[in-house]
Design a protein around this ligand. Structure first.
Ligand SMILES: C[S@@+](CC[C@H](N)C(=O)[O-])C[C@H]1O[C@@H](n2cnc3c(N)ncnc32)[C@H](O)[C@@H]1O
Length: 212
């Protein structure tokens, strides 16, 4: 069992100064895919190797995982991928506000920590500030991809996003969430869940034209 970190602790409330895409990538005009809570980064390592016409950034609040992911990225010489250590609930909004707004085309949140207990729900990654920040900074048509094995987490995210009115679902099936993974690679957690024959709930949203 891995250790959770408490994103609400004082230490994790300090904004990390994240570099601009121009400092991160050889070709910084490529579209960007952000993976929030990327852990050890295997999904993005595969994606970045297979799709050299995209830039990828993985964010995680556990520094040791980010360091290991970065080591592997270096060994693979991937100049279209970067892993950054931060609390996305604190550092993503100021970073998104500073970069060229139309460069981020996909944001994924995959198997976010469920934080089951009611008093811990405020630690969930997709909260109102993060959603508002994505609405504010993503262009019309940008995608928000979600997957989890916990139905309560998926329904919570769905209700929340639907209520915001800034994103629309690809399909209107509110119950099933049974779409296939649109990406050719799985995350570590996804592989584990599939091996255990547990269900995976997925949903894709598109940023609509409603102005913030
Ligand atoms: C259950 S793991 C899933 C990892 C990966 N997405 C996968 O599917 O295999 C959730 C990840 O989100 C990270 N995380 C949780 N809260 C975060 C936050 N506020 N900012 C950045 N990362 C966070 C955790 O450290 C953890 O690595």
């Amino acid at each position: 069992m891995r250790q959770h970190v408490n994103p609400l602790s004082r230490f994790f409330q300090i904004e990390s100064e994240l570099p601009q895409p121009s400092e991160l990538f050889e070709n910084h005009s490529l579209p960007i895919h952000l993976d929030l809570g990327c852990a050890r980064g295997r999904f993005l390592l595969n994606m970045a190797s297979a799709h050299r016409n995209w830039n990828y950034i993985g964010f995680d609040i556990r520094e040791t995982l980010v360091v290991s992911a970065e080591e592997e990225r270096n060994q693979l010489n991937l100049d279209n991928l970067k892993f950054l250590f931060c609390n996305v609930n604190v550092s993503l909004d100021p970073w998104l506000s500073r970069i060229k707004s139309n460069s981020v085309k996909i944001v994924s949140i995959q198997f976010p920590d469920p934080w089951f207990k009611m008093r811990h729900k405020k630690r969930r990654v997709l909260n109102s500030s993060l959603l508002f920040s994505l609405a504010k900074n993503l262009d019309e048509g940008s995608k928000l991809f979600l997957q989890t094995d916990i139905l309560d987490v998926m329904e919570g995210m769905n209700n929340f996003i639907d209520a915001s009115n800034f994103f629309e679902r690809k399909d209107n099936d509110k119950k099933l969430f049974s779409m296939d993974n649109p990406f050719p690679f799985s995350t570590e957690r996804e592989k584990y869940v599939i091996k255990k024959a547990k269900p995976v709930y997925r949903q894709i949203y598109f940023r609509n034209s409603i102005k913030v």
